[in-house]
Write a protein that binds this ligand. Structure first.
Ligand code: NAD
Ligand code: ZN
Ligand code: ZN
Length: 341
């Protein structure tokens, strides 16, 4: 079979003639329908996220059950499923609550399939336990693949700040890419706050408007914070999501977040937020979330089945993985790119 391999910093290649794995015990072999192309892969490829080399990329995966190990009882060949991405130990307290994204043993383990272990940019993917599969029923697996991260990650962060997202409040979304364009939709679906979106690309801002942002700003404009504060007035934004995480977006986020608000930095862009008294307004919670729980992925599937969220996807053949990463790096992907084996 074919697979997209991370061979080391700045070394990605499509390999042929890789052996198709055979599941045993509680393992499941999936025939991959689609694998989403996340910006975190770019951080892996450029060495910003450190993982052991030599694995198959792709941590946003959907497919059909191809073969099950002898202990699997709840799935059968042909079932359409998503792969929950952050693979925990399965036994510690967070894992028992399905929050494997915060497994107590994370530091000792690879992050999961496509992030240190073999992922889904391949014809087939071996999933180590059937507990990591979430059924998608009538959803198209091609469009559903990015639900596992591009939707789950913003969903879990938004859920965390939900008590603050009331009708008289403002929420700012910085970066309307793969995650951000879904964040705007989730906010539109689950809360009544006024949504303000920023990006450096006007096409992405059009997408934000289409999905429910009331105000959009191109944050190349150095006056962006002032424009936002003109809308919010002195209360500022109760919740700010930064889906970029570089120095300039952190600076924007700290200028627009209000007293007792939430500043959630999802982006892993390498910016610094140095704490000192008055670095952020009093009462602000700075959050550094990682992905979401298995149960939350089921909730995301529910939102998608109700058509409350829709991932804008651009599809490419698996063989074009290297070119697609280049396009993503240049900001040329609208919504989410997915690779189809
Ligand atoms: P993406 O490339 O699809 O989107 C990034 C968006 O940010 C683009 O629309 C781009 O135009 C915009 N942007 C770039 N610079 C900007 C700036 N200065 N101001 C405003 N907007 C700007 O990326 P993605 O896949 O959505 O991922 C976003 C970030 O989130 C990445 O850093 C990724 O590693 C991270 N991430 C974190 C988690 C987590 O669990 N914490 C999960 C997934 C992704
Ligand atoms: Zn990701
Ligand atoms: Zn665990």
């Amino acid at each position: 079979m074919k697979a997209v391999k991370f061979q080391g910093v700045r070394q990605v290649s499509v390999e042929h003639n890789i052996e198709k794995p055979t599941p045993k015990g509680n393992e499941v072999l999936l025939k991959i329908a689609a694998a989403g192309v996340c910006h975190s892969d770019l951080h892996v490829i450029d060495g910003g996220i450190s993982v052991p080399k030599g694995f198959t990329l792709g941590h946003e995966n959907a497919g059909w059950v191809e073969e099950i190990g002898e202990d699997v009882t709840e799935f059968k060949k042909g079932d359409a499923v998503l792969v929950y991405g952050p693979w925990g130990c399965g036994h510690c307290k967070p894992c028992q609550k399905s929050a494997e994204n915060y497994c107590n043993h994370q530091a000792e383990r690879a992050f999961g399939g496509g992030l240190g272990l073999d992922g889904g940019m391949a014809d087939y993917m071996l999933v180590p336990s059937s507990r990591l599969l979430v059924p998608i029923y009538d959803l198209d697996p091609v469009i559903a693949a990015p639900l596992t991260d591009a939707a789950l990650t913003p969903y879990a962060s938004i859920k965390n700040s939900l008590p603050k997202l009331m009708g008289d409040e403002y929420v700012v979304v910085i970066g309307v890419g793969g995650l951000g364009h879904v964040a705007v939709q989730i906010l539109s679906a689950v809360c009544s706050s006024t949504i303000i979106a920023c990006d450096i690309n006007d096409e992405k801002l059009e997408l934000a408007k289409k999905y429910g942002a009331q105000y959009t700003f191109n944050s190349k404009d150095p006056e962006t914070a002032a424009h936002i504060l003109k809308i919010t007035g002195s209360k500022k934004a109760q919740v700010v999501f930064d889906f970029v995480g570089i120095q300039s977006t952190l600076a924007l986020a700290t200028q627009v977040v209000g007293l007792d608000g939430d500043l959630t930095v999802v982006g892993l862009g390498g910016g610094h937020l140095d704490w000192h008294a008055f670095a952020v307004p009093f009462g602000v919670n700075v959050k550094n979330p990682y992905w979401g729980s298995r149960a939350e992925l089921m909730e995301v599937v529910g939102l998608a089945r109700q058509k409350k969220i829709h991932i804008e996807t651009e599809t490419f053949p698996l063989d074009q993985a290297v070119e697609v990463y280049e396009k993503l790096e240049k900001g040329q992907i609208k919504g989410r790119a997915v690779l189809i084996p």
